[in-house]
Design a protein around this ligand. Sequence first.
Ligand code: IPE
Ligand code: IPE
Ligand code: MG
Length: 255
Amino acid sequence: MTSATRLPDPSQAQGPRHVAVIMDGNGRWAKARGMPRTLGHRAGVNALKRTVEAAPDFGIECLTVFGFSTENWRRPVAEVSDLMGLVKLYVQTDLDRLAREGVRVRVLGRRTGLPADIAEIVERAESKTAHNSRFLLQVAFNYGGQADLIDAARRFAEEVAAGRAAPQDLDEARFGSLLSTAGGPPLDLVVRTSGERRLSNFLLWEAAYAELVFQDVLWPDYGPEALAEAVAEYRSRERRFGGVAAGPHDALAAG
Ligand code: IPE
Ligand code: IPE
Ligand code: MG
């Protein structure tokens, strides 16, 4: 492993420090209750509040949640504007509390294409909490892993074209520093709710060595109990990062 790769210390027994959540199943939750999808998304915002509140109790330092993907524009116009409205609502009702509680909010994803009022809210949430360091909440909004990789590649290509970098300067650390997650802790765990087992274009680079946990719970039902289960599952895993397990084999080899 080169010193350039930012991987966590495999010896750490506890953790996770950084958890990413694909908050899925709002629509199915609403459908099961004979309610419109909107109400599922609304209930999903409450689940997000519960989860953000509970995360520090598990030693989690950073939570990255998938709020809207670059592919979610394919949904009906009404649902798209509904999801945009919810971000507004979340920020309007929770920003003061988050700021007070030491949470730094960071929004990942492309700003171009966002309605002006949403872009403004996103910027306000970031600037109002920029000085906080107790907990990092990253909201992936208009985010796609592939789009983020392309944006990073373009930025590096521009550096090369301007004569400020050479192609051989590019390594994992440099590339990682061009992604929207730059500067945050390495990703330890990706959780997806609702029983779907795929990444749906979330954190493609960052998830290289993250543990994946899939839970059947629908996102609006998520909270401290479900998070505790995901953390327990994570702690039962052995992370090797391509190396070999520390254990009896080492003792044999040494002895
Ligand atoms: C996740 O719930 C919320 C977002 C994509 C923003 P869905 O809306 O995808 O719910 P399902 O998958 O249809 O149940
Ligand atoms: C992923 O969920 C995006 C978010 C949770 C914001 P989707 O529901 O959009 O993903 P697919 O379409 O099932 O892959
Ligand atoms: Mg879904």
